[in-house]
Design a protein around this ligand. Structure first.
Ligand SMILES: Cc1cc2nc3c(=O)[nH]c(=O)nc-3n(C[C@H](O)[C@H](O)[C@H](O)COP(=O)(O)OP(=O)(O)OC[C@H]3O[C@@H](n4cnc5c(N)ncnc54)[C@H](O)[C@@H]3O)c2cc1C
Length: 381
């Protein structure tokens, strides 16, 4: 396998690096899980967008640069290595947008994508319900036909960033008499500020309102906000999950940059006689490199027309466990007080703890790996 990049790719890397050096804020932005931080991150999205760096892989007509997966991965490496801010628009860009590219009408794409690319409209994912997480197909929120659209009623929960976001995308039951739970569902977009929507923020471990519950009482969503055909919501939603578990949410660039910072931390805080901790730092570097190589192998497969499929579950289990191990190593290096402090390592550590739960729990991912990749018999449920 040839791992060297072409001159064209290296020129793209140089352009991205130069731009990031000139534009990445000198000091970290406030946490995006606060109102102030959310606003600051939205402004950063606009800065990225002004020079078409917010969605590099999208077609130019929607604000992107139309680059292939190789250049996207290179951009991600440069982005995270430059210490650039986390992406407040990631639910929209990584989850809704691929769904729209696959299933929306050209009119919908033209209407929704540009304001997503600029950060003007920030999206929340409204899938989970109090009794429907892993077993998402059991969801009970419903959409009832009305003139020109649908009336949405029910409760959604764990909606990341919905406390401050503008719009949401979710799945609703439109045919309660369908013979199977995953039938009769419809994929809809709606306005979080529409009449009938109550957004109740949920505090995270550190108290920040990183999630919200959404209570919907006859919320109007026009026909133009249905994605795909009514009743086809499950099929459409399942095409989104590969993106969530796969590359887009956790590109190797994030981990390569974090592993680099961890090595820096070892140099300033490490005790050379603590070989166990030193080995954990080395493991983090090896893990980031292994994930990078695995990703390039996947990228070659995609470039040859392949898709991610059940392999996205391998990615998911790996990155979620890796993220926790890396951050715990950093906190152990810093000492006990690090867990109490705000900052570079503590907040991402809190977030890493949730990795095995969101985007489909790791127990479920292991079942998928066992059944679909290894061909093992179905487990007892
Ligand atoms: C940080 C974070 C962000 C999130 N953001 C969003 C968001 O933006 N939008 C959204 O819609 N949702 C979001 N979620 C919700 C997330 O998708 C659910 O928490 C997840 O799907 C698990 O569902 P649950 O919490 O209902 O747990 P359950 O499904 O009740 O699972 C509880 C436990 O039982 C295990 N289990 C369940 N069924 C099986 C089975 N068949 N076989 C083996 N084990 C099983 C699970 O693996 C888990 O360990 C977020 C969650 C977190 C933690």
């Amino acid at each position: 396998m040839e791992l060297a990049h072409t001159a064209d790719v290296e020129a793209f890397r140089a352009e991205a690096r130069t731009w990031l050096r000139a534009h990445v804020p000198a000091r970290p932005l406030p946490s995006l899980e606060t109102a102030e931080g959310f606003a600051a991150h939205r402004e950063w999205e606009a800065v990225l967008h002004a020079d078409r760096w917010s969605v590099v892989s999208w077609p130019e007509e929607y604000g992107g640069r139309g680059v292939d997966i190789v250049k996207w991965l290179v951009f991600e490496e440069e982005y995270w290595a430059a210490g650039a801010p986390g992406r407040v628009s990631q639910n929209g860009i990584n989850l809704l947008a691929p769904t729209l590219f696959d299933h929306a009408s050209p009119q919908q794409r033209a209407r929704v994508l540009p304001s997503m690319a600029s950060g003007e409209v920030i999206w929340a994912q409204a899938w989970s319900e109090p009794e429907s997480g892993s077993d998402l197909a059991s969801l009970t929120s419903r959409a009832v036909r009305t003139e020109g659209g649908w009336l949405l009623t029910g409760q959604k929960t764990w909606s990341s960033r919905a406390a401050f976001a503008d719009r949401a995308f979710g799945i609703f039951r439109t045919d309660p008499d369908a013979p199977k739970p995953h039938q009769g569902l419809t994929y809809l977009m709606f306005d979080l500020r529409a009449p009938g929507v109550t957004v109740r923020p949920i505090g995270r471990l550190d108290g920040k309102p990183a999630f919200a519950e959404l209570f919907l009482d006859q919320v109007f969503a026009p026909d133009e906000d249905v994605i795909g055909e009514p009743g086809q919501g499950w099929r459409i939603a399942m095409s989104t999950t590969g993106n969530e578990r796969g590359l887009t949410l956790r590109s190797p660039g994030r981990f390569l940059a974090a592993a680099d910072r961890l090595v820096g931390l070892w140099r300033t805080h490490g005790d050379p006689s603590d070989t166990a901790l030193r080995d954990r730092v080395a493991d983090a570097v090896v893990g980031a490199r292994a994930y990078e190589l695995f990703t390039w192998a996947n990228a070659s497969r995609f470039a040859a027309g392949g898709t991610i499929g059940a392999e996205s579950s391998l990615n998911k289990v790996f990155w979620s466990q890796y993220d926790i191990a890396l951050h715990e190593t950093a906190l152990d290096l810093l000492g006990a007080d690090a867990e109490l402090a705000e900052g570079e390592w503590a907040e991402p550590w809190v977030f890493s703890l949730a990795g095995p739960i969101y985007a489909g729990t790791n127990e479920i991912q292991r079942d998928i790996i066992a059944e679909r990749l290894l061909g093992l018999p179905k487990g007892r449920r």
